[in-house]
Write a protein that binds this ligand. Structure first.
Ligand code: ADP
Length: 402
């Protein structure tokens, strides 16, 4: 079975093709074809990179007038040119789409029909950048592949079982009735890490209390009990919770009121400040990329040191909050760009929790290995570094639903 996965970001589009045989493999297989389009570098143009399992690569730049045109170009490399891995689009059996917002309606993945498309469009109110991009991916794939099943896998769905006390904001009910509540995001990654953690530890999921720390450009935590997310740090939007690369995370809402009263402020500017100019970037005034922060710290830059300290303080306090919701902890998971690569972030985050009997093995932590347990042998909590595989999780959801 050939499953194509489409994963749209605000200014990027990733895609990959899995070719599965009779059964779902235990470990993520290598995709037979992977493509990545990025249109941030050069106005009006998009850079396209394609890699196949057979070692062929393509790197080019195309004029980009619209997302559907770029997606079409990218997908045509599946059957056109030197990197072709199939003969004809009809060989694709299923298309899985990462859809950022499923609102309160979609609590699990679903086969896309007209009603689902209308709901995704309506939910653009809550995710104005991502849901329209996801919808364009869906309609473009429909045009190319015709009447094959397409499946929406929602980033919010894994958090659909949060209890009311965790998802309700303490604002007047007439606003919560408009759908303003905690939804949580990164669900596809948290779900993958839950299953991979149980597999690595060879332990039933239902017996584990986990905190999964997805630390990429965007950052969020999930508290998982009985296999379900019962609390998470992102909220109504992905802006809440942890300090991130360029997002502020949770700040006193009074600051927003104060800023909005300033004469040169407007809503779009405030949106840009909080989502794109804050976090590590805002404090350091250098970069939102943790690697540049470390470099600046090594050069003695005090603002970079402060950015790191605030990031870790926020991470620890939110881990503490997830811990309270869980009532204990068996497994702490680090994943995504920072979580998988930064031994310093992992070690410093763990320092706050030694009172629990949680002990990191500093030697293992420094070994740069993935899908391993880096806790000391006598630690009461296992500490895992897991390479998140969101595209594979989407493909698994498709396989399970077909
Ligand atoms: P996204 O959230 O966009 O999917 P990633 O999960 O790829 O992003 O994470 C990107 C971030 O990972 C980068 O901004 C960078 O801060 C961080 N990162 C990547 N490699 C390293 C590294 N070796 N050390 C520290 N941080 C890293």
């Amino acid at each position: 079975m050939k499953i194509l996965v489409l994963n749209a970001g605000s200014s990027s589009q990733k895609s990959c093709l899995y070719d599965l045989k009779d059964a779902l493999p235990d470990l993520p297989p290598e995709p037979v074809w992977e493509a990545m389009v990025d249109w941030t570098h050069h106005q009006g143009f998009a850079s396209v990179k394609v890699k196949t399992l057979h070692g062929k690569t393509l790197q080019t730049e195309i004029e980009a007038t619209s997302r559907p045109q770029v997606i079409t170009y990218m997908l045509e490399t599946l059957w056109n040119g030197e990197d072709a891995v199939i003969k004809h689009p009809s060989e694709i059996d299923l298309v899985g789409h990462r859809v950022v917002h499923g609102g309160a309606i979609y609590r699990q993945s679903i086969i896309i029909n007209a009603e689902v498309k209308a709901a995704i469009a309506q939910l653009a109110d809550f995710a104005p950048v991502h849901n329209p991009a996801n919808l364009e991916g869906i309609t473009t794939a429909e045009k190319i592949f015709g009447d094959i099943p397409q499946i929406a896998v929602f980033d919010t769905a894994f958090h659909a079982h949060l209890p009311p006390a965790a998802y309700t904001y303490a604002i007047p009910t007439k606003y919560t009735n408009q759908g303003i509540r905690r939804y949580g995001f990164h669900g596809i990654s948290h779900q993958y890490c839950r299953d991979r953690a149980a597999q690595i530890l060879n332990h039933p999921i239902a017996d584990l209390r986990l905190i999964t720390c997805h630390l990429g450009n965007g950052c969020s935590l999930a508290a998982i009990r009985n296999g379900q997310s019962i609390d998470t740090t992102m909220g109504f939007t992905p802006l809440e919770g942890l300090v991130m690369g360029s997002r502020s995370g949770s700040i006193d809402a009074g600051i927003l009121i104060h800023l909005l009263r300033q004469p040169d402020m407007d809503i779009n500017k405030l949106d840009h400040i909080l989502n794109s100019e804050s976090g590590l970037l805002g404090i350091s005034e250098i970069s939102g990329d943790m690697r540049s922060i470390f470099q600046a710290i090594a050069e003695g830059n005090p603002q970079a040191q402060l950015a790191f300290d605030v990031y870790v303080h926020s991470l620890r306090s939110h881990i503490g909050s997830m811990l309270a919701s869980l009532g204990g902890l068996d497994v702490l998971v680090f994943t995504a760009g920072v979580g998988e690569n930064s031994a310093a972030v992992r070690a410093t985050a763990c320092e706050g929790f030694e009172f629990l009997g949680l002990k990191i093995d500093l030697e293992k932590n420094n070994q740069r290995m993935l899908d391993v347990d880096i806790a000391a042998a006598d630690s009461s909590v296992r500490i895992l570094v897991i390479h998140t595989q969101e595209d594979w999780e989407i493909a698994r959801e498709c396989w399970n639903l077909q």
